[in-house]
Design a protein around this ligand. Structure first.
Ligand SMILES: [Mn+2]
Length: 482
């Protein structure tokens, strides 16, 4: 199934002429369907009866002996013309190969239909090293699997579309301080549900604060409403994107749909869910949903989704899989690249530079771990920003950046991914006193300052940082001993 909008994205390839030597009708039909109109296909068959089947089509089918040089000379085979030979296991393949080669053919493909054919063709390699073998399974395999996967997704999506259809007002709820993935997934889900701003509100309990995310809101004219907990009951259906029910600690009256890529947390009773922890972004999952039900994606939504995949995977530097790359290449021609450039430019601000300098002046580096305490920054986002930044430094394999925001001790942890798990580190030390979680390469913990002091007996900045460094080194040392 070729998506219609790939038109803008088709490579400007030259039309090649190629020849197929075939023995059965389905193989001719398959090659015709696959190759035209990108390639100009001619077919050589040995049986008149087979040729007659194509009398009414425009496909040039000639009848001749496949093992004679003359047959190929007549057609004008030359070294740059691909020649595909169907191996039906009966006719003398070697003789055919020899004839094609003598006529000047050099780009020769043997198309096998069974495993036995492949083995035989492989054994030809000694005499015919220029021959490439392909099987029908290889030709059809990956697209067939993609198609099957898509129909499973289609079933799922159609089910939740029907379920959400009769609601007057839908809330698409994200985590606090929504990031690009949360907002883009909100837009995408609204498209899947065929709803507007009025009938599906994208909301959160605490609004966007990070400068680059605010810039995204402004550039794409997004409307993300801040919802008070007592408003939740006014929505007929609630869908969560990029977050799971446990995050809201019992605040939600009901959850109808969850779409997320974070590690699955059990113990909720959402009606529908699609949680895929292996995916780099929730926008990737929603790209598959949109494709499965063949929805048009507006430029604004595609731009938001593409930016979401880029930013959640740090442009494929972190936790990305094939599906993310596939979604990226699908969305790319639909999105506005210049808008994305503007959003990315918003990362560096003067106030962030202040905290980078502060982190460097007060930080400690030991055993490839950079550890710094930022004091009391005005917003939480300075902490992960500094953590991401210093991971770029040569020598640095882990960053552990902490600070105090609204009487909460907040720590962001990053690593390069090939040592121990960052999520395990924060859970190891902070699960008992606050919230702690994350992936292998990035994690976060938030602990009431009092609880932190009670547990670690310290409150002064340089002592806090010293303590954090001890905790991470102890953790990494444990890992080595195992
Ligand atoms: Mn995400």
């Amino acid at each position: 199934m070729a998506p219609k909008r790939w038109g803008r994205w088709v490579y400007n390839c030259r039309i090649v002429r190629c020849l197929a030597v075939c023995h059965t009708e389905p193989v001719v039909r398959l090659l015709e369907a696959v190759l035209s109109p990108s390639a100009e296909l001619a077919v050589l068959v040995e049986s008149r009866a087979l040729a007659r089947k194509f009398e009414s089509s425009e496909l040039p089918v000639s009848v001749d002996e496949a093992d004679r040089v003359d047959s190929y000379v007549k057609i004008g085979v030359h070294p740059m013309m691909p020649v595909l030979i169907e191996d039906n296991g009966r006719t003398g393949l070697r003789k055919i190969l020899a004839a094609v080669r003598s006529a000047g053919g050099a780009l020769i493909y043997v198309l096998g239909t069974s495993v036995a054919d492949v083995l035989k063709a492989e054994s030809l390699r000694a005499d015919y090293p220029e021959v490439t073998t392909i099987t029908l399974a290889e030709l059809a395999g990956s697209s067939l699997l993609t198609e099957l996967g898509r129909s499973v997704t289609r079933q799922r999506v159609q089910q939740y579309q029907r379920y959400m259809d009769d609601a007057d007002r839908v809330l698409i709820l994200t985590h606090n301080d929504p990031d690009p993935d949360a907002m883009a997934s909100g837009l995408a889900l609204r498209t899947v549900l065929r709803r507007t701003r009025q009938t599906a509100v994208i909301g959160c309990l605490a609004p966007v604060t990070r400068p680059e995310n605010l810039r995204m809101v402004k550039l794409l004219d997004l409307k993300i409403e801040t919802i008070a907990p007592d408003q939740l009951k006014h929505f007929d259906k609630i869908a969560l994107v990029d977050v799971q029910p446990h995050y809201f600690q019992g605040l939600l009256p009901h959850v109808d749909l969850v779409i997320d890529h974070h590690p699955e947390q059990s113990g909720h009773n959402a009606v529908f869910q699609d949680i895929r922890p292996g995916y780099g972004s929730t926008a990737t999952i929603l790209t598959e949903h949109l494709r499965a039900v063949d929805m048009d994606i507006s430029e604004r939504t595609a731009t938001a989704m593409l930016y979401a995949i880029k930013s959640d995977t740090l442009f494929f530097n972190r936790h990305a899989n094939r599906a993310d790359i596939e979604a990226f290449s699908y969305l790319y021609p639909l999105a506005d690249a210049s808008a994305i450039r503007k959003m990315e430019g918003a990362e560096i601000t003067a106030e962030r530079l202040d905290y980078l300098i502060k982190a460097w002046q007060h930080g400690r580096m030991m055993d490839h771990v950079f550890c710094s305490f930022l004091g009391e920054p005005p917003r939480e986002d300075f902490i992960p920003y500094v953590a991401d930044f210093y991971l770029q430094l040569e020598e640095v394999q882990w960053t552990v950046i902490s600070g105090v925001v609204n009487d909460q001790f907040v720590v962001s942890v990053r690593n390069l991914g090939y040592t121990k798990n960052a999520g395990d580190f924060v859970r190891r030390w902070f699960n008992d006193t606050g919230s702690a979680g994350g992936h292998r390469t990035m994690a976060k913990a938030v602990v009431p300052l009092e609880a932190f002091q009670a547990k670690f007996g310290t409150c002064e900045g340089s002592r806090i940082n010293q303590r954090m460094l001890e905790l991470v080194l102890e953790f990494l040392h444990e890992a080595k001993e195992k």
